[in-house]
Design a protein around this ligand. Sequence first.
Ligand code: MG
Length: 355
Amino acid sequence: FLISVRLNGRSHVSHSLSTSFPARRSFATTISSTMATKPAFRHILDLSKDEKCAFLSSFDSVLSDCDGVVWHFTGPIPGVDKALQLLRADGKKLAFISNNGMRTMDEYRKKFRTLDVEVQQEDIVHPALTTVHYLKSIDMRDAVYCIGTEVFKDYLRQAGFVVLDGPKERFPDNNRAANQVRVYSEYFERHERDPIVGAVVVDIDVNLSLQQLMKAKCYLERSPDCVFIVGATDYVIPLDASMDVIGPGYFIDILERSTGRSALVLGKPGKTLAQVVREKFEITSPKRVLFIGDMLPQDMGFGTRCGFQKLLMLSGGTSKEALFEHDNADQLPNYYADSFADFIELYNERVPNEE
Ligand SMILES: [Mg+2]
C-alpha cells in the first residue's frame, strides 16, 4: 500500500517546547555563521522584545496551512486554539489555504470549531472548490476526467460538471502478446457515445492505478484543448512523525513527462492559485500578510510567489535540520517557530512592553 514508514522517524518534532530552546539557539548560531549567502530566518522567540513587537505589528492577516500546522492527521497540536484566539483578538484576519481536498468543507469547519475558532466557508481555500471556480471561469462545458477522492469529485458534480473516473477493472496480465495489444487499443479507442473530455484533473487519490494514469494520458493526448489541472502537488504527505504517504507529485510528473504537457497548479505553490487568492481576499499589500505552513516547497514557495511574509512551523512535515539544509532560497521562510503555541509566548511578552 502507499504508506511508507520512515525508519529514522522525526524525533525533532518537539512536544516539549521549553526543553528545545537551548538546542535550537546553538544550532541556529552555528549554521547562520557558515551560510552567509542564505537568507536569514529567525525563530520568532529568538527575536528581541522590540523585534517581537515589531513582528506582531507587521501583519494584518494570517493565511495559514492546516495539516501539520493547525492540527496533525493523528490529533491536535497543543496551544493552537489559544494562539488563534489571541491572533484574532489582536485584530488579525484569519484564513486558511489547504492542499488537502480529501476533507469536506463541513469537516474543516467542525475541526476549527473543536478549537473554539469559528471559520466561515469563504475563509477556507479548498483545492476542489478552487478547481470548480477555475473550470467555471473558463466556461467548461465538456466532461471532466478526475483522479481524486470521492469528496473531491463530489464537489465537481455538485457544481454541475459531468465527472468521469476509473476505470476500476484490471488489465488482463496473463494474455499472449497479440491479445494484449487488442486489449490496449480497445481501452484507448474513442466511442461515439463517449462524452468529450475538456479537462483532466489530478489530486490526491489513495487508490490511484496505472489504468487511471493511462486514461488521463489518453485524454490529454487526444485533444490539445483538454485542460490539465492539478490540485496538491506534494510529493510527500506526512501523517505523523513516523509515516509519510506518497503524494500526487510523483504521479503528476509521470503525466507531464509522458504527455509533454505542463499542468496548471491550483494547489500551493501554483501561480494560478496565487492569482485566485489575491483576488479572493482582495490583497493589496502582500507584505502585510503572514503566510504560515509546514512544507518548504508548497507553503514557503507559495508565500514567496505571493510576496507574503513567511513563517515555517516545525510542527509538521519539515524538521529543523531539513530547514537549515534546504538550499532553494525561494522556498525558505523569513521566520520559523516550533508551533502555533509560540504565539502565546509572544503575546505574553508583549503585554508588559506596552505599559
Ligand atoms: Mg501542511
